[in-house]
Design a protein around this ligand. Sequence first.
Ligand code: NIG
Ligand code: FE
Length: 424
Amino acid sequence: MAMRKKKKTTLIIKNIGQLVTMQGPVPRRGRDMSEIGLITDGTVAVSGEEVISIGKADDVSREIDPAENCVVLSAEGRVVTPGLIDPHTHPIFAQTREVEFEMRLAGKSYMEIAQAGGGIRSSVRDLRQSGDDDLYARAKKTIELLMSYGVTSIEAKSGYGLSTESEIKSLEIIKKLSSHEPMDLYPTFLGAHEVPDEYRDKHSDYVSLVINEMIPAVAEKKLALFCDVFCEEGVFTVDESRAILEAAKKAGMKPKLHADELKSTGGAELAVEIGALSADHLVCISDKGIDMLSASNTVAVLLPGTSFALGLEEAAPARKMIEKGAIIALSTDCNPGSSMTESLPMIISLAALKLKMTAAEALSAVTVNAACAIDQGDRLGRLDVGLPADIVIWDMNDYRELPYHYGVNLAETVIKRGKVVISG
Ligand code: NIG
Ligand code: FE
C-alpha cells in the first residue's frame, strides 16, 4: 500500500479480483519474469493522469479523497493490468499485401517475393503515391485496433518511404498521431528497411544516403528517438548496419536492430556490441549471440506472430534465453508484409504455444520489459504511485486466461493517462 495524499481522486477502479501491478525489478530477467506483483481484492485510485494509490481495497479506500465528479468503475472481481506496450510496429503503410500472403501459401518464400520486387518495395511504391491524410487515416485505424486489444503505448517505425522526403513524411505522421490520438507512439527511423527500386544497382550509395542525408535530416527535425536497420542476408549486412547505427548514435538516436530473423548473420552480436536498446526477431540467433545478449542490457524483442504468419516452424529459443537471463519482450511486429495483426494478446498465446512462455513471463514481456525496449523502463509498464494511469480491465477472472483463451478480445476497458478511452 502506497499513497500520496492531498490530490483529489478522479478515477477509482474497485472490486479487482486480480490486480497485476508488475511492481518489482525492472527489467525482469530469468525467474523474476514470473513475478507480476499480484494483489488480490485490489483497488487503484487515479488523480488526473497518474496513479495516486494502489493496493488492497480497504487500505486504498481509507486513504483517498474522491473529487465530486470522480469516476468509479467496478472490475467485478476480474483482472486488471497495466496498459500493454507493443515495442515493435510498422504502422505507417498505405496498402495491405494479402496477395503476397496467398503467394506464400502457394509455396513462394518471403525473400523470393521480396527479391522479385514485391515485399517492402511494393509498400514503398504504395506509400510514395499516398497523401498524408490517407496515410494518417490508415495508421489511425491500426493504432485504434491495437488499443482495443489493451495496448496503450507503441514503438512505431518509418521504413516504407526510403527517400529522405517520404521517410520524414512517415515520421511526421507518427508525431501527429501521437499528439492527436490517445496512443503514445515512440518513433523509430527505419530508412534502412530495404534498398528501394532506384538504388538496386547502387546498394552502397543507398547506405551513404541513409548515413549522410537521412539521419542528419531526421535528427535535425527531432523526429525519431531510435534508429533501426533490417540486418538480414540480401538486405543490409552486419558492417552496413554497424555504420548506419553508429551514425545514428552520433546524431542522438538510440540503436535497435532487426536481427537474425531468417538467417543467422551475427545480428544479435552486433546489437550488443553497439549497445542497442533492442535486438528484434532472433529466430536464428547463435549460441554466442544468446550469451552476449544475456550479459547485456539489450532487450530481446521476440515476434512469434511473424513466424506464424510466414508459415515457418522455427521459433526463437526463448526458454534458453530466459534461463540465461536475457531481457525478453514480445511484440506484434504489426506490418502489412510479415505480420498483419493488431492483437498483442494473440502474440501472448503464440508465445505460450510456440515459445513455451508462461502467462506471467509473457506479461513481464509486454509490460516492464517492453518498456525497456522503448527506453521507458523508469515509468511505463507498471502500476504504482506517481506513474501514468495506463490501465486495462480484462474480461477474465484469472490472468492465466490471457494466453489460454486465444483469438478473441478480452480487453474490456482501456484507460490511457487516467481517461477511459475504450469502454466495454
Ligand atoms: O519485421 N523484417 C523486416 N521488416 C518487417 C517486414 C516488413 C514487410 O514485409 O513489409 C518485419 O518482419
Ligand atoms: Fe519488423
